[in-house]
Design a protein around this ligand. Structure first.
Ligand SMILES: *Cc1c(COP(=O)(O)O)cnc(C)c1O
Length: 378
């Protein structure tokens, strides 16, 4: 029997599985004509703040703008250095440039996340902030980064675009530093039907500043009190997100179950480096992505493609410092990051995957490595 195709991501299924409820949400918002800075946005912001146990959540146009506005609200700009990992999406680093500051790129550690010892070597008198990026739904081990920040009087802005619902030692990603940012891009674990983002903070001054910046510098009376931009989260998207947030824990459980299956049936393969399984102590991973490493990556991906299974190499297969056309990082060498990008790729991971889909993926990988198939997921 030929198993069904398993695309890497499945937008239509995620909509179809909840179509009636989603349409009801949209009908409600549109029949009220409630599009910009309305009560659904406020409700969603309150829900996010409660869910993450943080004082303020502010809906923004997207995750990239959340980073730019966060840096601006922290007073970071011309002449300031911000240390970020090179293993990240370009938006983490472009936000530093667009805020007028200087990005400085750190290597990753064995966990493929920003390496605190690499960060420490890059600190100069100009360094103002560290930007940890919680990739793939795993929160960076925050203790050494918080210690470094304390020791050198630096701020932390967390790019938690991939880590909504992820925790380290029981605390939510995005809530450790001065502020943290999220993306609700459609493929993110909590995704809307277009672009969306948020910034969270426990700092009243940062929250107040970001609220001004996102709405042309206008205060509650409509008076312009500083330069700002337009970076509001649409009220319609906020209503959809508030609806999805109600079911988000259920999605997380499913993602973690899927990661558990991959872990159980692929960990005996020596050629693969899997991400940590869902049982690790200090980390509660949300498995935004299931990114693994293989010494035979390209052949394995071709084999999976023949089996109808989609896989992806993130970001064109390059770390930020490897985009030479940028002209900023010509001399930068980051051996661990470069090695990671020679071996990494992602298997399908989303809540619309069926157990049959995952069994087909697992058995296809096992077949590539000449292992017996498993008959059922347990
Ligand atoms: C998705 C993402 C962003 C940007 O989010 P947008 O909402 O697409 O602007 C930033 N950083 C990382 C690590 C991301 O994965």
């Amino acid at each position: 029997m030929c198993a069904a195709k398993v695309p890497f991501f499945n937008y239509p299924a995620l909509y179809k599985n909840d179509e009636e409820n989603l349409l009801a949400v949209m009908r409600d918002v549109c029949s009220r004509g409630a599009y910009i800075l309305q009560k659904d946005l406020q409700q969603f912001e309150n829900d996010v703040a409660t869910y993450l146990k943080v004082k303020h959540a502010i809906g923004l146009a997207d995750g990239t703008n959340a980073l730019i506005l966060g840096l601006q609200a922290m007073g970071i700009g011309a002449g300031d250095e911000v240390i970020a990992p090179s293993h990240t999406f370009i938006a983490s680093v472009s936000s530093i440039k667009l805020a007028g500051a200087i990005p400085v790129l750190a290597d990753c550690g064995e966990d493929s996340l920003i390496d605190p010892s690499s960060v420490e070597k890059l600190i100069t008198p100009k360094t103002k902030a560290i930007m940890p990026v919680h990739l793939n739904g795993r929160t960076c081990a925050m203790d050494p980064l918080l210690n470094l920040a304390r020791k050198h009087n630096l701020k932390i802005i967390e790019d938690a675009a991939q880590a909504f619902g992820s925790k380290f030692k029981g605390q939510s990603a995005g809530t450790f530093g001065a502020c943290g940012t999220f993306s609700f891009y459609p493929a993110k674990a909590l995704g809307c039907f277009g672009d969306g983002g948020a910034l969270v903070t426990n700092d009243d001054a940062i929250a107040a500043k970001v609220k001004l910046l996102r709405d042309h510098g206008r205060n509650a009376d409509g008076l312009v009190v500083c330069w700002g931009t337009n970076s509001r989260l649409d009220n319609l998207q906020a209503a959809i997100l508030a609806h999805k947030l109600k079911n988000f824990d259920h999605d997380l459980i499913r993602r973690r179950e899927l990661a558990g299956f991959y872990d159980r049936y692929l960990s005996e393969i020596k050629d693969l480096n899997l991400p940590p399984g869902p049982k690790s102590d200090d980390h509660f991973d949300s498995y935004q992505n299931y990114e693994l490493q293989s010494g035979s990556r390209d052949k394995l991906r071709d084999f999976l493609a023949e089996k109808g299974i989609g896989s992806v190499i993130q970001w064109g297969g390059k770390a930020v410092h490897q985009f030479h056309d940028l002209g900023d990082f010509q001399a930068v060498k980051l051996p661990k990051t470069e090695r990671f990008f020679e071996r990494c790729f992602m298997l399908p991971m989303h809540s619309a995957l069926t157990n049959d889909d995952v069994l087909h993926i697992i058995n296809s990988v096992r077949e590539f490595y000449s292992l017996k198939p498993v008959s059922a997921l347990e």
